[in-house]
Design a protein around this ligand. Structure first.
Ligand code: AR6
Length: 180
């Protein structure tokens, strides 16, 4: 587990990802990368139609992988599109795929010179992943990435759309920082 001090570089917040002025926001997309509902729909609406045109040549994205486009009309410079797992009860590799979404997104971010990255709660909407389990995986994975000696990311925001989901994540962080 990552040293607790790495979490000084992690912000847990409540808000709308499309308003985040960071180097890259992460989109919880589907395999087609051609848009959808939830945060994906909101990102495409706020970025403008050029985002869809930039996604077409990427063709598709496997669950756990990540691909990058410009942010177009968004305040964020880039959008990193990742595809979370669909919840199937927890024994179908969902945790590993979700972990891979965070790892792949941060890898792509660093490759493109991003220092600040904001994530939504991947898979916890339409894909049905339990929010407490997802928050713990998100925190552990970004903590491990930030703890690597060669990590070039300065700040990671985990952005929750509801106060309730933010509270769940704060409780998950307390559990990681002071395990019983
Ligand atoms: N800012 C931040 N978080 C948001 C926003 C927003 N503007 N809008 C929604 N959320 P979801 P998934 C939260 O369903 O579960 C799409 O149709 C939301 O409350 O967006 O990975 C894609 O095309 C929830 O906590 O993504 C895929 O088909 C979280 O974002 C599918 O949904 C994720 O919910 C992906 O499902």
């Amino acid at each position: 587990m990552a040293d607790a001090s790495v979490f000084r570089k992690v912000d847990l917040a409540h808000g709308d990802l499309t308003r985040c002025a960071v180097d890259a926001i992460v989109n919880a997309a589907n395999e087609s990368l051609l848009g959808g509902g939830g945060v994906d729909g909101a990102i495409h609406r706020a970025a403008g139609p050029a985002l869809l045109e930039a996604c077409r040549p990427l063709r598709s994205c496997e669950p756990g992988e990540a691909k990058i486009t410009p942010g177009f009309d968004l305040p964020a410079r880039f959008v990193i599109h990742t595809v979370g797992p669909r919840w199937r009860g927890g024994d179908a590799g969902e945790d590993e795929t979700l972990r891979s979404c965070y790892q792949s997104s941060l890898h792509v971010a660093a490759e493109n010179g991003c220092r600040t990255v904001a994530f939504p709660a991947i898979s916890t909407g339409a894909f049905g992943f339990p929010p407490d389990r997802a928050a713990r995986i998100a925190l552990e994975t970004v903590g491990e990435c930030l703890a690597q000696a060669d990590c070039k990311i300065d700040r990671i925001t985990l952005l929750f759309f509801s106060e309730e989901d933010l509270q769940i994540a704060q409780t998950a962080l307390e559990g990681i920082l002071s395990p019983r």
